[in-house]
Design a protein around this ligand. Structure first.
Ligand code: NAD
Ligand code: UDP
Length: 343
């Protein structure tokens, strides 16, 4: 029988790409999203690409009544839980919103799942839970560190909550997926990242500079102990990340308890390398200036992805230039993001 997956936050950047992968793999998908940081247009684009659609419910993961109703009317087998707030800077200014959405929201979701006896959950965690490790690459057995902001702490709190939950009841099967830096877009140019207002993350910012929407990029620090002085991260194509979710979902259907997997490429690139690669893909200059370090940033962060390869049979397939050209295609075809008229 076809499995039905509830995807919270499915209208968002990573959720929508994952839904496409799930529909292509033959799953049925129910989306719950309050659209606080997304548009339902992303789901129409999914349908345009694959000819199949997800069932959409506009609502909030903190709404227990809605969740109970959803679980009692839909035969849900597993939950992919993307819903949450993700802007680091905003989390410093509005910590209560972050703990409410990310921690209370996850708690309410788990309570409703337990009540409905749905025990399979894939959670969107982040490499930020490692804090500032002393060496690279980062493997899953590294201790979790001290995240430097409420967003990171909310992710760590949910991880702890989920570990306690799985410990209390062996029926739970939970995947904690620690993402490194998701970038890129679907190769069709129909789906991609559509940040509200000024982008916080490097790639959306670079791409808006290349297209002329923003005058120049501020490079946050060139005095790190890295070869060119700028910060190094492990950038992963969002379609590879989506495929990692499919593999994790399949793995936890025959694995109980909590399993943690890094989803990264294993290679780090500096900010300057990223700028150069984007200029090559777009054939546009990306003017930048070096400014002070951003508070809370670490010098370098990249994954040891070998556990996911061994246990999930998953590894990334898309390289840096592909990430850049897919981002650029999305930017060119959708200068207003999902508000751009469909062609
Ligand atoms: P996104 O903002 O594009 O997607 C999140 C979705 O959740 C949005 O559609 C938003 O409307 C929805 N949402 C937020 N609060 C909700 C609530 N209370 N109820 C229902 N829906 C709600 O973000 P994304 O980049 O797709 O990230 C997805 C998940 O992955 C998030 O949990 C994020 O913290 C995590 N993550 C993202 C990154 C990254 O760099 N993008 C890195 C590590 C982890
Ligand atoms: N960065 C930058 N300018 C920007 C945004 C980011 O120099 O406008 C740098 C940042 O300091 C880090 C890297 O780019 O070294 C990736 O930052 P991003 O916010 O995308 O992801 P993070 O790793 O901080 O979650």
């Amino acid at each position: 029988m076809t499995e039905r997956i509830l995807v919270t936050g499915g209208a968002g950047y990573i959720g929508s790409h994952t839904i496409l992968t799930l529909l292509n793999a033959g799953y049925e998908v129910v989306v719950l999203d309050n659209l606080c940081n997304s548009s339902q247009e992303s789901l129409l684009r999914v349908e345009q690409i694959c000819g199949k659609s997800a069932w959409f419910i506009q609502g909030d993961i903190r709404d227990r009544e809605l969740l109970d109703d959803l679980f009692s009317t839909q035969q849900i087998d597993s939950v992919l839980h993307f819903a949450g707030l993700k802007a680091v800077g905003e989390s410093v200014k509005q910590p209560l919103d972050y703990y409410d959405n990310n921690v209370s929201g996850s708690l309410t979701l788990c309570q409703a799942m337990a009540c409905a006896e749905v025990f399979r959950l894939v959670f969107s965690s982040s490499a930020t839970v490692y804090g500032e490790p002393t060496h690279m690459p980062i493997s899953e057995d590294f201790p979790t560190g001290v995240p430097t902001n409420p967003y990171g702490r909310s992710k760590l709190m949910v991880e702890e909550l989920l570990k306690d939950l799985a410990h209390s009841d062996p029926r739970w099967s939970i995947a904690l997926l620690r993402y490194f830096n998701p970038i890129g877009a679907h190769p069709s140019g129909l789906m991609g990242e559509d940040p509200n207002g000024l982008p916080n993350n490097l790639l959306p910012y670079v791409s808006q500079v290349a297209i002329g929407k923003l005058p120049q990029l501020a490079v946050f620090g060139a005095d790190y102990p890295t070869p060119d002085g700028t910060g190094i991260r492990d950038y992963i194509h969002v379609v590879d990340l989506a495929e990692g979710h499919l593999k994790a979902l399949q793995a936890i259907s025959h694995k109980n308890g909590v399993n943690t997997w890094n989803l990264g490429t294993g290679t780090g690139y500096s900010v300057l390398e990223m700028i150069r690669a984007f200029e090559k893909a777009s054939e546009k200059p990306v003017p930048f200036k070096i400014v002070d370090r951003r508070l809370g940033d670490i010098a370098e962060c990249w994954a040891d992805p070998s556990k996911a390869e061994l246990e999930l049979g998953w590894k990334t397939e898309r390289g840096l230039q592909e990430m850049m050209s897919d981002t650029w295609r999305w930017q060119l075809l959708n200068p207003q993001g999902y508000a751009t008229k469909r062609y």
